[in-house]
Design a binder for this molecule. Structure first.
Ligand SMILES: [Zn+2]
Length: 265
């Protein structure tokens, strides 16, 4: 339930340059990273430090579409790199590609539902028969980025540019779980394609030696994108771990109460 104090239209005046910038910056950085192993490490550390700086500064300073655009550009480039370049080596089977596409489709579906549910709640929260009340409840939360007062709100995700509330929290978790699976599966397929693989267990291959990738620009680009996607997977692991320690118990308790209430009626 949301009690709006300001209209959620602040994004309309935002400049397009912040939306377009990640679509230019990210491929340039990935291209620079293909020069050598040392440059790859430097670029990845630079991106990681940049992300740490952003999440460590005051939240109201992160009111920009740049971060959501960075998420979209990352997803788009990693997907295109896999489908257009890695698949072009003809070492990945159609079955493996279908599994990858299914994981990717589920990821997109859950994140789309997360954002559309948040937008719906923001648009209709004040018209659900609950008028704005200055009395704060235990679930009361003021989002400094959306500039709205929300009830049942957990936190704001700058990387998805949306408030995460009780109604869309399940989609937030499922989106991240499927995203992690997609990144790990795609990275494994890519690394075993561009590097020397070895048989790990049954049909499962693992990369063994990636020393030759920098001699070919396509192999290097695939490898660097893969390193980036593994870094992304690491971030998602830390997000899920944080959720496990902070919000999942709260969400689980509320869902449990709801179930008990339904059975008691
Ligand atoms: Zn928000």
């Amino acid at each position: 339930m949301i009690f709006s104090t300001k209209n959620h239209e602040s994004s309309t005046g935002r400049s397009y340059k912040y939306i377009l910038a990640p679509f230019v910056i990210l491929p340039i950085m990935l291209l620079i990273a293909t020069i050598s192993r040392a440059v790859t490490i430097t670029v990845m550390v630079f991106i990681g430090m940049g992300a740490l700086y952003i999440i460590s500064r005051p939240r109201h300073r992160n009111r920009s579409p740049f971060f959501f655009s960075w998420t979209l550009s990352s997803g788009l480039y990693m997907f295109l790199m896999f489908e257009l370049v890695v698949m072009d080596f003809w070492e990945i089977t159609y079955f493996e590609n279908i599994i990858f596409l299914l994981l990717f489709a589920f990821t997109c579906h859950f994140f789309y539902k997360m954002k559309s549910t948040a937008d719906f709640e923001l648009a209709t929260g004040s018209s659900k028969g609950v008028e704005y009340s200055p009395v704060l409840t235990s679930d009361y939360h003021y989002c400094k980025i959306c500039e709205i007062e929300v009830n049942e709100g957990y936190f704001h995700s700058i990387w998805w540019d949306c408030c995460v509330l009780k109604p869309n929290y399940g989609y937030f978790l499922l989106g991240h779980i499927f995203c992690l699976a997609t990144l790990l599966f795609g990275s494994n397929l890519t690394l075993t394609t561009v590097c020397q693989p070895y048989i790990f267990y049954g049909p499962i291959l693992m990369p063994e030696d990636c020393g030759d990738v920098y001699y070919d620009c396509y192999l290097a680009l695939c490898f660097v994108t893969c390193v980036y996607s593994l870094g992304y997977a690491l971030v998602i692991c830390s997000v899920l771990l944080h959720q496990l320690l902070s919000y999942i118990p709260k969400y689980g308790a509320s869902q449990w109460k709801k179930m008990v209430h339904v059975f008691n009626v």
